[in-house]
Design a binder for this molecule. Structure first.
Ligand SMILES: Nc1nc2c(c(=O)[nH]1)N[C@H]1C(S)=C(S)[C@@H](COP(=O)(O)O)O[C@H]1N2
Ligand SMILES: [Mo]
Length: 304
């Protein structure tokens, strides 16, 4: 069972989760099942922030039960079922490439690298659904700064964990693995760009990309790469999984844009999970005041 200890988080940050469990899960936690299956843990000392005030949160059950994580199957309910036993300890994240100080971080170091914040962000999938999620994490910039990017660094390339033995369903997903994503350095350093370690007050459930995933709230959800093991600062725009799989449909930038349709469907509206009527999709997912300047002078139809 080495590496499966659910209590290997810094002790000060974690208390067993009791109070807020749904009745169903309280019952489950009383049953003699392996600790791994019940390994939800509260994160303590989270700073609340002003992000997403007035947004109605998408229920926990939907955030953790309706997922895209193709390593564990392509059905929306597959990740919750198939990612249960993903081993998230021990876990390291390598930061390398065009940096002065390449480093391998242990996940428990990452958790203590910067104050953890709760940020309520809108989360818009390219497929046309959206959610509102109370993520927990800290700006990616905090981690990148530790490695000291050099003057050649213009982009950041991310890579997910991939182990076909733990992820047998990946063989049928139809996309190449390991999953790869990328950002321009200024996008990666933007204060909205979040390294996420939790949601709804607890450590990240496996199906949501444990133990560490990216969230870039003004971009389509697929930019939010899950279960990250490698972050590489590079000179040139890196290859990304969905762009490799289908370059006409998925660009490198993938900013949420209601005026640029996907070749097979409109992006003008979205279905907020749990709501009956579609809502209008907002340019940059509503984060334009913060991020529009990053794309000044760029043709967003060409750089989709
Ligand atoms: N490694 C990896 N990361 C991934 C994916 C994936 O299949 N594999 N799916 C992406 C897509 S399409 C979306 S919409 C979001 C979904 O995140 P959520 O399940 O936490 O809502 O994760 C993204 N990150
Ligand atoms: Mo997505």
């Amino acid at each position: 069972m080495r590496g499966r200890n659910p209590f290997s988080l810094p002790w000060s940050m974690v208390t067993p989760k009791h109070v807020y469990l749904s009745r169903r899960r309280v019952l489950a936690s009383l049953l003699p099942i392996p600790a791994v299956a019940a390994a939800t843990q509260r994160l303590e000392g989270i700073r609340k922030t002003g992000y997403g005030q007035g947004e109605k949160l998408t229920p926990y059950e939907a955030v953790t039960g309706y997922n895209n994580f193709y390593e564990f199957g392509t059905g929306k309910e597959d990740p919750a079922r198939n990612a249960k036993n993903l081993r998230t300890r021990p876990w390291t994240v390598r930061v390398e490439g065009e940096v002065l100080k390449p480093r391998t971080f242990d996940i428990d170091e990452v958790l203590k690298l910067a104050p953890l914040e709760e940020r309520i962000y809108r989360h818009r999938c390219v497929e046309g659904w959206s959610m509102v999620v109370p993520w927990i994490g800290f700006p990616l910039a905090e981690l990148l700064k530790k490695a000291e990017p050099n003057s050649n660094a213009r982009f950041v390339a991310f890579e997910s964990f991939y182990d076909p033995r733990q992820m047998p369903q990946a063989a049928w997903a139809g996309i190449p693995f390991p999953y790869m994503e990328g950002l321009r350095l200024d996008e990666a350093m933007h204060p909205l760009t979040l390294l996420v370690v939790g949601l709804y007050g607890e450590i990240l459930p496996n199906q949501n990309g444990a133990p560490l995933r990216l969230i870039v709230p003004w971009k389509y959800g697929f930019k939010g790469i899950k279960s990250i093991v490698r972050i590489r600062l590079v000179k040139n725009q890196p290859p990304t999984t969905w762009n490799l799989a289908n370059p006409r449909e998925y660009g490198f930038y993938s900013n949420v844009n209601p005026q640029v349709d996907h070749p097979r469907w409109s992006q003008a509206k979205e279905r907020r999970i749990g709501e009956l009527f579609k809502r209008d999709t907002l340019l940059f997912n509503g984060y334009g005041n913060e991020v529009a300047h990053l794309y000044e002078g760029m043709d967003l139809r060409k750089y989709y």
